[in-house]
Unconditional design. Sequence first.
Lengths: 65, 910
Amino acid sequence: MGDFEKSGQRLIALCLLGFLLFNYPVLALFNLPQTVFGIPVLYAYIFCAWALLIGAMAWVVEKRR
Amino acid sequence: MLQGGVIVVSSFAYLGLLFAIAYYADKRADAGRSVIASPYIYSLSLAVYATAWTFYGSVGRAAVDGVGFLPIYIGPTLMIALWWVVMRKILRISKQNRITSLADFIASRYGKSALLGGMVTVIAVIGIVPYISLQLKAVSNGFLILMQYPEIVMPAKVGAVPVLQDTALWVALILALFTIAFGTRHLDAAEHHEGMVAAIAFESLVKLLAFVAVGVYVTFVIYDGFGDVFARAAADRALAPMLTPLEGVAGSYSNWIWLTILSMLAIMFLPRQFQVSVIENKDESHLNKAIWLFPLYMLAINVFVLPLAFGGRLHFPAGVVDADTYVLTIPMAEKQELLALLVFIGGLSAATGMVIVETIALSTMACNDLLMPVLLRMKSLRLNERLDLTGLLLGIRRGAIVLILLLGYLYFRLAGEAYALVSIGLISFAAVAQFAPAALGGIFWKGGTRRGALAGLLAGFLVWSYTLLLPALARSGWLPVALLEQGPWGIGLLRPLELFGLKGLDQITHAMIWSMVANIGAYVAGSLSGSPSAEETRQASLFVDVLRGGGAGARFWRGTASAPQLYGVLARFLGTEGADEAFRSYAGARGLRWPAEQVTADADFVHFAETQLAGAIGAASARIMVASVVKEEALSLEEVRNILDEASQVVMYSHQLEQKSRELEEATTELRAANERLKELDRLKDDFLSTVTHELRTPLTSIRAFTEILHQEPEIDAAQRRKFLGIITRETERLTRLINQVLDLAKIEAGRALWHETRVDMQQVISDAVTAMGQVFEEKGIRVDVRMPERVSPVHADLDRMIQVMLNLLSNAVKFCDPAAGRIEIALSESDGWLRVDVRDNGAGISAQDQQAIFDKFRQVGDTLTDKPHGTGLGLPISRHIIEHHAGRLWVESERGQGATFSFDLPVAS
């Protein structure tokens, strides 16, 4: 039960982290004209952060077993 | 190749395939082998979130403002992280109360209020109709554009075609028939549509595949990868600014936040999402996988949106091709017929998936929460007297499906032209967001009341209509545009797009801010301003406390009912078979064999019947029906409160009791272990005592025997006398030695022995011991060899004890070595910081099973009946204790007939 609640709290924390990552002002830090491997920094940032967030959620949920 | 016939035939073939999948899944479900009981299917069915709006509209929006479409997909990712807590609760509540739709959920929470359910239904229908019209628009536009292949011609304006020749109308009708065939073939008491879910999961795969296919084609075949697309966009004067598209705090960023929040609410409260995530959920544990699989799907379907948007804008001259159609028109322009057809099918799957689930959900709501409560109250219809109402229920639902799709078409004719796809979708999102305060507040806040929910919903909906629906109608020419520009009656502060002078936000953000302020404000104010009824208090407690062992709805009922009458009601709505099934399962759970044994219509049973009925016609209608056949005594608010207090006290006590009994159990286990240990110690002590007394008795017996002889026979001769006295002396010595050793061992074992530790030279110890035993060796004719290196490092030990160990080992060796040609070898060696001493004899050896036993107290190897005991049996245990006290080891190696080697090692002093 404790394990179960802990997973819930971790997921809530990840949700808050996501809110931080995908909003002003963090988003503004990446709103730059440069590119990474030819991809604009903002786009690259959003998709990478998104993928990492999903990865973290999967980790929290799956490692319980 | 792409003639109209081919397109139509492939479309129908695709719909046929869907139907086959649904049919198969339904058959499997009937046979009890569900195909949808899988977290993967559940996750895929959640992807019904991605509609034609995603499929065509994302690219359209991206072509205008770059990343602006992304919050619509990031929001659900954030929300689903909270599902672990929120959705689990909703699922538990819905299973317990057999909730059939979102309207049912909200109505049920606020005292099974039919009015509230009806209101939610009306808002949902009005809010979702634009969304459905969007799907119709996407499919019919896609069809019309594809028909013109190889030309790329945008479809004519909506009004230009007579109604009967309008593709969108036919799309609407075909989809209506299809949905009816899908969702209302029979009436399921639990509102499960397994076939539909299987088909939706399949559709999710198709649309993802189609979208990724066209994305890969554009990005990697037409262009040279992501970098190439962006590089060319950066080189284009019109597109370059879109690469850093977020500007200004008040503008883009606040829009971004509100879009995120909006989509977070939409993923929970769109009727179709509620349908697939809650109503169709087979197992709570499916949530676990969905929590990351569904966001992953969202990510995958969005990766190629930006390349497609930029690709489209680079490909076509500005203003010729609608950006909403790039997904389809790029493959057409490149003469990729098959890909274009795949894209069309993908778009079709996105649209049909949404339309099917949405209309089924809405029709269930319209039937259970809007029409049935009204019809059941109309006494003149005499519905209560009709024997079987299942036909009526199905008829209402079918009618509702057709009506909703026609409303969608109507909106398409009226307002569809004025907005891009994304904007239409967002209007619907904002409408369903109005359910959030009542629904979320309802599961976490017991204080929320029916009055508050009604006020909140009404206020939110009115603001939504004023700020979003009204402008949509005005822009389409159905209301004067002056209303938008000057405000009603020329009052500037009331301009629908800049309400109370709030400027600089986009339309959705503006509407969300004001509608949420009105909604939450009215909900809280309405809830706090009055007091809830008994029914509301009880439902609030059932919902909010669901995870703390709720489900005892029967506690709140008092009255009289008859089982046959309840059977009659169930049979009317579930059919005779359904009612039989329900009665059998209830009776079975209580060990009765229905119908041979009748069930008593007690509170439990009435509650059961009402919940069963709620599964078919919604909580509000079920309440009315059950109330019509049972005589119940209304509980006063005071009584309900008492029951709740009592219940929460009972829950608290039982928690405490559980806690206590757990503690008690732990204590018992500990006590048991301690008791075992004590018993073991006691046994060891007894063993020890009996052995010691036995050992003491042997010398005592012989001393006593010889003393008696000397006492009774004074004339015994001198030589004999001396011999006897010698024996007595020896036995006394043995007795003394034995007692000394027992005391010694007891002291060591108890840790009370005194140790005088100094630096000890083992060479010296060995020499001293050998010298001390010299007399004995000589007497027995034993040859002793000592092998020692020139110098060894000293050890830190008690010198006397070390000599004691050596003497023990040597006297042991003397006792057991060959009686004729005895030989003892002593070796001392040093390696890696350890000194090692070996004492080897050439006696009979010790068998493997005895090698451990000889270190036990009073254990002497050999046949104790025939052999005379050679010692006290305490030497080796004491030696081992001494060596172990100095952090060393003492052991024996031996084989029968090969002699034995006793060895010990000690760490060198640092």
